[in-house]
Design a protein around this ligand. Structure first.
Ligand SMILES: [Zn+2]
Length: 413
């Protein structure tokens, strides 16, 4: 029964497998067989996305398998179920216990890996340091796990009483480190007009979206004087023609790599496509039309430094840094050319470069789930639903009833 169940499980026939495992749980069977039956049932339920039922089976499995070689496995999968149930503290406790009992190297590495992620999400560097060494040597499956890892981070919430000491990790030696501060030319530098009424306060920053300015003919603005004119025109257009409170973007980066302040970051922008997407979302635009030309190296270097500063300042992790078209897609809007075919593919590279620089705290230096080159999809099939549910619940999608402003009707770009 068990062998057949395991074989079916390996074939991905979870329904059939659970029939076999269920037979094994019959009270007439020896304790170990029953325990293995519950263990199989729990794993099948995990695959079906029924974490609660999985946990019940796995708890029975752990009771029956205590003292046998598979006890650790029962605990390990219980830990997985706790993760799906968003119970971080229980997940850590159970996986920690599992780790002590697991014999199989792959299992041990996985338990350590999940513990590392949980501790990292909880910003407990001591815990990370304790388990990280055991995750070495994980092969393809660890790469697949990184998909899941990258998704859970923004959604793990501390439960009262948990330690959340934010300790930035020391930069890795040998990696280029991004500049620690970026000079920003203020609004008064380009003699901005006042912001008009109607802009909404920014509130908690949750995302950053990257654009190009995308003028039909790529603007040829290379001196401070030209930039000041350019920004004043942009503001006039935004306020008078579009009827917005101000320029839509918060920061603009010129071809020389200098940063100019657009709309004050204290207020929500008008750049992502609609008020819901603009909420808590900083807009950065590189000046140029990158459907036609490439951004300059200096623009990209500055973008990296600016991202570093903003991400640290507002605790925005890498998967929450979007290109405009990604952001629209995440909000169910149609595609746009922005930020241009010569720029869009560079954004994941800038993010990777920033992660590699070691300049971000480990809690923010998370690889992008959409980036298949670092995080192939696969292993995490059974986590996907749970993760999507968590994402849907993270507050971005709630309409803001206080929106009665210019941007509530206007659309950026
Ligand atoms: Zn855009």
């Amino acid at each position: 029964m068990i062998e057949r169940g395991e074989w079916l499980f390996d074939q991905g026939e979870f329904k059939e497998a659970s029939h076999s495992f269920a037979t094994a749980t019959d009270a007439a069977h020896p304790t170990t067989i029953r325990g293995e039956g519950f263990l199989g049932l729990g794993r099948c339920e995990l695959n079906a996305g029924n974490a609660d039922r999985a946990r019940t089976h796995l708890r029975s499995a752990a009771k029956l398998l205590d003292g046998t070689p598979r006890f650790g496995e029962a605990l390990y999968h219980q830990g997985e179920a706790f993760i799906e149930l968003h119970s971080v503290r229980n997940a850590i406790k159970t996986l920690d216990q599992a780790f002590a009992y697991l014999q199989d190297t792959q299992y041990r590495a996985r338990a350590a890996y999940l513990l590392t992620l949980l501790y990292r999400a909880a910003r407990n560097e001591e815990g990370v340091a304790r388990y990280e060494p055991f995750t070495r040597g994980l092969d393809t499956e660890s790469r697949e796990l990184s998909y899941w890892r990258s998704k859970i981070h923004p959604t793990v919430v501390p439960t009262p009483g948990e330690t959340f000491a934010a300790t930035p990790r020391a930069p890795k030696k040998g990696w280029p480190t991004a500049a620690t501060s970026v000079p920003i030319r203020s609004r008064s530098d380009w003699r901005a007009r006042k912001m008009r009424r109607g802009a909404v306060a920014m509130g908690k920053v949750r995302a950053i979206t990257i654009h190009h300015t995308g003028e039909a003919s790529s603007p040829n603005v290379n001196s401070d004087g030209e930039l000041r004119n350019y920004l004043r025109n942009m503001q006039r257009y935004a306020q008078s023609t579009k009827g917005w409170a101000d320029i839509g973007y918060h920061y603009l980066i010129d071809s020389r790599g200098k940063v100019w302040e657009g709309r004050a970051a204290s207020h929500q922008g008008a750049h992502a496509g609609n008020p819901r997407l603009n909420k808590g979302n900083i807009g950065i635009a590189l000046i140029g039309n990158f459907e036609r030309v490439k951004p300059t190296d200096r623009q990209l270097d500055t973008l990296q430094s600016l991202l570093q500063n903003l991400c640290v300042k507002h605790s925005v992790s890498m998967p929450r840094v979007y290109s405009h078209n990604q952001r629209r897609k995440s909000g169910g809007l149609g595609m746009t050319d922005c930020p241009g075919r010569y720029f869009a593919p560079l954004i994941p590279k800038i993010k990777k470069r920033l992660i590699a620089s070691g300049a971000l705290p480990s809690s923010l230096a998370v690889h992008d789930p959409l980036d298949k080159s670092t995080a192939p999809l696969g292993y995490a099939a059974r986590f996907r639903d749970a993760v999507d549910r968590m994402h849907a619940a993270d507050g971005e999608c709630c309409p803001d009833p206080s929106l009665t402003t210019d941007e509530s009707v206007a659309t950026a770009e």
